[in-house]
Design a binder for this molecule. Structure first.
Ligand SMILES: Nc1ncnc2c1ncn2[C@@H]1O[C@H](COP(=O)(O)OP(=O)(O)O)[C@@H](O)[C@H]1O
Ligand SMILES: [Mg+2]
Length: 435
């Protein structure tokens, strides 16, 4: 039946080449000599999805989620096992997957639709709708490699929904932060769900997962470890991260420098990486939002206190490091930023090979409820002049819960008083002040 997915014993092994030259040896020997060790990205994977299901998929970075979607989409072949997909598939994958960067947007639309089995005339008749929804103007005729991540996403999403697939795959893409578009995407996906399409939805936005999905799976270290209700899966996933962070905290280096907080744990999870850049002298290792009692927070109440942890691996000696973060709302609007230097904390010189964790204690103000993202960064220099060593857009997504009516973006701390003017008492006072 259209919209059914049946996966049995699926496995994907990526080669690891120990030295670049080994890849060449293998190529020249026409693969008779195998010099690579394998790395399993997915293993012993079974999954049945009935038509009309909206299946949420969660798991830590590197657990195998994107690999799974790419195999279902047919753009990656498995090493072992069976993946049967009944019906047409449209995929909104991580940036780049399924698109040829050298081709123009228009050529990619044709290419993509042809893969979905559409004829040239079918595509012609939909092209206008695709271009209109994407709204990227003349960029449609430029190579995709010149696109910003936002433009790419608009085109990819537009192409995906216009082929009217039986199955839609969405890989984290909606968290890309510059979009009013996001809202339209969510509406479109909701409509596809209501129309009985099968949807596989990878996300780190755990509240979207529970709102949106009928069922969810948790992937960990290339295997499916839970298949249940979204609520159960979210709970289990949060516990898993929490336990893992705790264990790492127990193993952390014990030396402490003056002025530092010895209780800060190392965090090594980056929930999502969309756009990352920097000189690379230091690399962000993890980001996490903790409650004061050490729970992983994916949602907070206005007025609640939390600890934002950002761990950084230093690859070079850096004497003037700054660690900071930017918060954006679901439309990509910057809400606030801060960093160690701005808050008056000057980090001591850091040696290559060291890991440093910065903790930012935050009391959340009364801001509009909804989904927010945190982009961590590490730089060198001062707040006026610096170079970015590593920056990750929208690495951590969390929700601020509805705690009362808020007009506009935020509630200012306002105190109201009043007084009537015109009474006898009031007139006498006015006269006295005039004297
Ligand atoms: N093209 C590739 N070559 C080698 N290893 C890869 C490749 N793509 C992914 N991997 C590895 O496979 C594992 C699963 O990756 P992925 O499916 O992207 O995970 P996720 O989407 O859950 O973050 C990771 O260990 C990753 O490093
Ligand atoms: Mg992925």
């Amino acid at each position: 039946m259209k919209g059914t997915i049946q996966i049995r014993g699926l496995g994907k092994k990526y080669p690891i080449y120990r030295k670049p030259s080994h890849k060449l040896i293998e190529l020249f020997s026409l693969r008779r000599v195998s010099r690579h060790a394998g790395h399993w990205a997915l293993r012993d994977f079974d999954l049945d999805v009935a038509p009309g299901t909206t299946l949420g998929i969660v798991g830590q970075n590197g657990s195998g989620k994107s690999t799974l979607l790419q195999i279902v989409a047919g753009i990656l072949s498995q090493t072992e096992g069976d993946c049967q997909v009944d019906g047409t598939v449209a995929a909104l994958l991580e940036l780049g997957a399924g698109f040829n960067p050298e081709f123009s947007g228009r050529e990619n639309v044709y290419l993509n639709a042809a893969i979905q089995g559409l004829t040239r005339s079918e595509i012609d008749s939909r092209l206008e709708g695709i271009l209109e929804f994407a709204g990227i103007g003349e960029f449609i005729d430029r190579p995709v490699k010149t696109y910003s991540s936002g433009m790419f996403l608009r085109l990819a999403f537009s192409a995906a929904i216009h082929v009217d697939p039986d199955i839609l795959l969405v890989d984290e893409a909606l968290a890309v932060g510059d979009l009013i578009f996001q809202h339209r995407c969510v509406n479109r996906i909701r409509r596809m769900r209501d129309a009985g399409k099968t949807i596989l939805f990878v996300t780190h936005d755990l509240s979207a997962l529970t709102r949106f999905c009928d069922r969810a799976i948790l992937i960990d270290k290339c295997r499916k470890i839970l298949d249940s209700s979204p609520e159960k899966v979210v709970h289990h996933y949060q516990e898993l991260i929490y336990r893992r962070e705790r264990r790492q905290a127990g193993q952390r280096d014990q030396y402490v420098e003056v002025g530092q907080d010895a209780t800060l744990p190392v965090v090594s999870t980056i929930p999502s990486i969309h756009n990352r850049y920097g000189e690379g002298g230091a690399r962000i290792k993890g980001i996490l939002l903790h409650s004061p009692d050490g729970r992983v927070l994916n949602q907070v109440n206005a007025g609640e206190e939390a600890l934002l942890l950002v761990s950084v691996d230093f690859r070079k000696d850096i004497s003037d490091a700054i660690v900071g973060f930017t918060v954006r709302d679901h439309l990509g609007v910057e809400i606030t930023s801060s960093n160690t230097s701005y808050e008056g904390v000057h980090l001591p010189a850091v040696k290559a090979g060291t890991t440093l964790t910065a903790g930012f204690r935050i009391r959340f103000p009364d801001v509009r409820p909804g989904s927010y993202s945190i982009s961590p960064a590490v730089a060198r220099g001062n707040i006026w002049e610096h170079t970015i060593e590593d920056w990750i857009d929208n690495a951590y997504i969390f929700n601020i819960l509805e705690t009362g009516l808020i007009y506009g973006m935020m509630r200012w701390p306002v105190q109201v008083s009043y007084r009537f003017h015109g009474g006898e008492e009031d007139l006498r006072q006015d006269v006295e002040t005039q004297r």
